[in-house]
Design a protein around this ligand. Structure first.
Ligand SMILES: Nc1nc2c(ncn2[C@@H]2O[C@H](COP(=O)(O)OP(=O)(O)O)[C@@H](O)[C@H]2O)c(=O)[nH]1
Ligand SMILES: [Mg+2]
Length: 221
């Protein structure tokens, strides 16, 4: 097998994987839409504050019924943490897989409360693989934080380009982390001049009203 053939074969395998994934994702979208619900896929690095942001956001959206599908390589830590704050949560353990795919999500849909209007998926913490997999979401949110540095749009364009909203979390630490807001914004705007961008602190609540408003306008409307 020559190199050209090997590359062509690899491309065909990926095309098959994505076609199968997208078919299941389309089913998830329709099943949820049929009961008046929408899925929101939340991407971000490990520790960016995905779980903290969802806790703060869902508290603000209350009494709207929301549920969370949590994904990690191992453990039920995040789902347990959300349940302890009264949020319906289901855990998926990917056992080494660096992203969720639609068949994994489809399996846990029956475990969600049927009255949930928004199903948030906290994807595996990773800025690379999750951006390639459509899960049937209405919107995709990317969460990065000031503690990771200001260069992420330059280094991981697909994660930014595939998202509907970018959140920079932990702005309470912005000064001490020497986060360069202008450099971050320039990087993001060179990729996409229009993508909505919000600066928040899940800890202090700053910026969370704007995040809530975005969800109400773009997911619920
Ligand atoms: N100072 C500060 N810490 C935060 C904020 N959001 C999350 N954290 C902390 O960052 C760590 C990781 O948060 P977590 O929500 O578990 O991140 P995840 O791995 O992306 O789900 C925890 O220690 C949180 O308390 C924030 O806005 N400000
Ligand atoms: Mg988490």
């Amino acid at each position: 097998m020559n190199e050209d053939h090997r590359i062509r074969t690899r491309v065909e395998v990926y095309e098959d994987v994505f076609r199968d994934n997208d078919a299941v994702a389309g089913k998830i979208f329709s099943v949820l839409a049929g009961r008046g619900a929408s899925l929101v896929n939340v991407l971000g690095t490990p520790g960016a504050g995905k779980t903290s942001f969802l806790e703060a956001l869902i508290r603000r959206l209350s009494p709207l019924s929301c549920a969370v599908i949590e994904a990690d390589l191992e453990s039920d830590i995040d789902a347990d943490r959300l349940r302890a704050s009264g949020i319906a949560a289901v855990q998926i353990q990917t056992h080494g897989m660096c992203h969720l795919d639609a068949p994994l999500v489809e399996k846990v849909i029956p475990e969600l409360p049927p009255e949930a209007r928004i199903v948030f998926v906290e994807n595996v913490g990773n800025l690379i693989c999750p951006s390639s997999f459509y899960l049937g979401e209405k919107k995709r949110i990317l969460i990065v934080s000031t503690t990771e540095g200001s260069d992420k749009p330059y280094k991981y364009p697909p994660a930014f380009l595939s998202s509907s909203l970018v959140i920079v979390n932990k702005i309470d630490l912005e000064v001490v982390m020497e986060f360069d807001r202008r450099y971050f914004i320039e990087g993001l705007r060179s990729l996409d001049p229009r993508i909505p961008l919000l600066f928040v602190s899940a800890k202090t609540g700053e910026g969370m009203a704007e995040a809530e408003a975005w969800i109400r306008e773009n997911v619920l409307a």
